[in-house]
Design a protein around this ligand. Sequence first.
Ligand code: CA
Length: 636
Amino acid sequence: MTFDSTAFRKRFHYSGRDLGPTRTAARTRFRVWAPTADEIHLVLYKQGLGGTPVGLWRMQKSAQGTWTRAIEGDWAGIYYTYRVRRGAETHEVVDPYAPAVGSNGLRGMVVDFSKTNPPGWARDRRPAFRHPTEAVIYELHVRDATIHPSAGAKHKGLFLGLTERGLPNGAGLDHLRELGVTHLHLLPVFDFASVDETKPHKPQYNWGYDPLNYNAPEGSYSTNAADGAVRIREFKRLVLALHRAGIRVVMDVVYNHTYHGAESHFHKLVPGYYHRQNADGGFSNGSGCGNEIASDRSMVRKMIVDSLVHWAREYHIDGFRFDLMGLHDLETMKEIRRALDRVDHSILLYGEGWTGGDSPLPWNKRAMKTNVRALDRIAAFSDNIRDAIKGPVMEHAKGGFVQGEPGMEEAIKAGVVAQVAHPQVAYPKGDDWRGPWAVEPWRCVSYDSCHDNHTLWDKLALTAKDQPETVRLRMNALAAAIVLTSQGIPFLHAGEEFARTKKGVENSYNKPDSINAIDWRRKKKFAELVAYYRGLIALRRATPEFRLSSADAIRKRLTFLPGAPSGVVAFLIAGDRRHLVVVYNANRAPVTVHLPEANWSVLVDDTRAGVRPLRRLVGGPLPVPPISAFVASSSS
Ligand code: CA
């Protein structure tokens, strides 16, 4: 009976909702799924690390491969593991369903969640939000946000640092509010492995794509990792502070692999079940990190779904970004959508529609970019527009549209329509393209940069190094205008609005703060660029024509202007009461575009952007300055 067989699934799929500890003041019942185990003991500890067990309880075999044990009394705050014997082998493992963990995630903890709620939590509401294309996502790493001295935070690099207001240099939460983004996307904040939580003062850094415990927050972002309840309370305080600022919270989740393979507690608990295997029986490596999670096995799928529902319900999380979503099977992604809809229909879901290596999961089952058409309200990152705007991430010296690379117009147009079919867009050929894969605009996340690869500013430095800073700033501004006036879901990498640099380092996942930290002094230095981003975001949020909710509406309303010179993309969007015209000029010289007859209010030019008219124009020949965007709205 193999793990993938129907017989195994029938005999051992456990659908109950009580995996992990279920606590009341009178007793706590533990249940763990381990169909291949011969014997399991529940082991309790006073501390999350070190010390000797305060007791050992033999667990009883129960339904569908589960083991259970109830113990009388109030056990909130107790740490626990399972001692699992299989044949002659015994392992002590952390519960995959541990809702809290101690230092370094080496023991689970029983928690009284009602005691983890900060003041005001009961009244916490998700900020108003309806349709995915109304989002403006900002991607940020918790530590990067406030670890730099220029942030002046009291709680440097911690969850609480991002709750602080009135910081010097306009740093942190105030900045997010000023900018006007709708969603803050946090790089991994679940418990990851690579930062030693027992050494909070030792400089350590990791992005966090090295999962240890999926259902507990990361300890190194809390003021006290040794008490498993503290990180929970402090992360909730961050969610509450963001919600009060009108910003929704997205978690970056990494259910595609675990930090350890054979040494992971998943593998020790049920060897071979949680990870996919190669034909030779070894760990397959679709993640490029040594293993990959078998999302298509029913108890793994259930674990992922239960985990997401836990974050959405207990922590009021408003969205999830799936790392290497291409390693998840489509069926799991559908189940995730259904389960989260039962919590809140407006929860935003998107992911990387690719893998990090080859996988035994058949191509047609993978949640790849080209397969997301099978999914409802789950988007994929458009590497197409990312690379079209500023050049491919894999070819460092190669530029894109904004640097004046010729022949990029159709690629930009495909991005403008959010990778849906449009009669005026001739989709470029090639493996990375695969035509209008999004089918609908809410499946397309539009961006020019993210934590991976070079920052936008560093990429511009590599590809336009002969150009003065003033010219590179124009390229940066044009890139932002393209992302924020394109259809689909715009996504910004933290700090790109003030020319963030990682000093030329591309993959900075474990580089020190000197590379990764956000230097908030740049906010003042590049104030004009910041204002430009802020104006574009305000304009987008005030302009439904930039965030049409269906491909049919895009095809009906959005028309590219014929006869645009090379290096120029220009289009009209017909609104109900007005029209919008948008021009991107990537040439290093001004161009003239013919503006249709109307009373136009200019909203974006080469230096300013916003909702207030900068000047008025009637139609006719329109000079567009070099490397710049232009947006105008007709008044009737
Ligand atoms: Ca950790």
